[in-house]
Ligand binder design. Structure first.
Ligand code: HAM
Length: 422
């Protein structure tokens, strides 16, 4: 035997045994997104590297250390998307969708970050992402957070907490940036290598450091909220009042700055204690400056993304298991004439009873084997075809989940009989 090919580290298969949970999460999310007026958009997995540098920021962990960047055969520098927002905004600009219009969009798909894999943190992971483009808020900020709360309620997740903060406008952040830089320069000897580099490039990113040795210097740093401009403070107060009015619980966390550069004003994160170190389940915020930064007309916007692996894990920990669809009919056949008739009968039943699962026994086997498979499939009824049945133009119908027994039914009457079966 030749040597097995291993999967890429940090990239997982989602096996059939897990897919019911994934589909459950996706179905509930889709239903809620659409009921709030959001439409699905699909954008490429690969974009020009420049897009992510300009949106997420040169001095972020993602751009500095985590991107899957490569040169294609034409010599262009391309990157597997580490997140969806930049691509969606790029798409809105390149398709001429902005022009003062408003768009409520959502998207699902894999993202790629070369992080150190551990439970809940992968190199390929899936996000459900939602963006409201052309909405200055704070009404949409409130509605968006209410939408996510509804999703947790429908998924019966209770072990999540909402943290919110305001980063203010770019101008307010520039003032803060200088104060933070002064403070960090005074403590330069306490900074690690990454932070020293970021100190000049983008000091706010020093606050994202995950190095425990940096904790103390970060905790004593000036706080962004103290530098908020009055308009952002008003926006933030209205957001809080809205959440209070809707009964959404939250904590204001002045240290929540997010790891991507494009945010302004509202930022938020839903965290959990149930998943160990990877505590962020859903994160987002306002990015009013991004469209202009990427060459489009200035357009206010807000959005969020949730890691599907983390949400699926929480749903599975909560113990609520979604119902798995099982087929209704399993056709057992003996002999080559009956095997062919089984395939034809199955097609007729699928035409007549759309949406009802019909399985045909494939690969032969004696009756015992076939009935074992029928039982394992979860089907409610077995239809039995042998030479004797075919000669009489009937199939034997046998209930698999009750003691109702077995009876013959003319082939032509089967669809109607099955449709009215109790
Ligand atoms: P983010 O905080 O980088 O934001 O990621 C959003 C979510 O993706 C996280 O809360 C987490 O649940 C999940 N996630 C991130 N990295 C990993 C990983 N390596 N493995 C598993 N799950 C992960 C964004 O991506 C922004 N685009 C969100 C946004 C949309 N902001 C505005 N619009």
């Amino acid at each position: 035997m030749s040597k097995q090919i291993q999967p890429v580290r940090g990239m997982n298969d989602v096996l059939p045994a897990q897919i019911a949970l994934w589909q459950h999460v996706e179905r509930v999310a889709r239903g809620i997104f659409e009921s709030y007026g959001y439409q699905e958009i699909r954008v490429p997995v690969v974009e020009h590297t420049e897009l992510f540098k300009r949106s997420i920021g040169e001095f972020t962990d993602i751009v500095e250390k985590e991107m899957y960047t490569f040169q294609d055969l034409g010599g262009d520098s391309l990157t597997l998307r580490p997140e969806a927002t930049a691509g969606i905004v790029r798409s809105a600009i390149s398709n001429g969708l902005l022009r003062g219009a408003r768009h409520k969009l959502w998207c699902i798909g894999p993202m790629f970050r070369h992080e150190r894999p551990q439970k809940g943190r992968y190199r390929q992971f899936y996000q459900l992402d939602l963006e409201a483009i052309g909405f200055p808020g704070p009404d949409v900020d409130i509605e968006l957070i209410a939408l996510i709360s509804r999703l947790w309620r429908e998924l019966k997740l209770t072990q999540v907490r909402l943290l919110i903060n305001s980063l203010g406008t770019a101008a307010a952040r520039a003032v803060y940036r200088e104060r933070l830089q002064e403070y960090l320069r005074l403590h330069e000897s306490e900074l690690d290598e990454d932070s020293r580099r970021r100190l000049e490039g983008n000091p706010l990113r020093v606050l994202d450091s995950k190095n425990p040795a940096m904790r103390s210097v970060i905790e004593r740093a000036p706080v962004l909220t103290d530098f908020l401009d009055s308009e952002s403070a008003e926006h933030f107060a209205r957001l809080r009042a809205g959440l209070d009015a809707l009964g959404v619980a939250y904590e204001v966390n002045p240290r929540l700055v997010r790891g991507l550069d494009y945010y302004s004003r509202t930022v938020f994160e839903w965290v959990t204690d149930a998943l160990g170190a990877q505590d962020a389940v859903c994160s987002g915020g306002r990015y009013d400056g991004l469209t202009a930064q990427l060459g489009g007309e200035a357009t206010a916007a807000i959005g969020f993304a949730m890691g599907i692996e983390r949400v699926v894990e929480l749903v599975s920990l909560s113990g609520s298991t979604p119902v798995v669809a099982t087929p209704e009919i399993y056709i057992v056949a003996s002999g080559s004439r009956a095997e062919l008739e089984a395939l034809r009968l199955a097609e007729r039943l699928r035409d007549a009873l759309p949406g009802r699962g019909v399985l045909v026994n494939l690969g032969g086997g004696n009756f015992k084997t076939q009935f074992r498979r029928a039982d394992k499939s979860g089907a409610r009824l077995a239809l039995i075809l042998g030479d004797a049945e075919l000669d009489r133009g009937v199939a034997a119908v046998k209930t698999l989940r009750s003691e109702a027994g077995q009876m013959d039914c003319p082939l032509g009457e089967l669809p109607a009989r099955i449709a009215s079966w109790p």
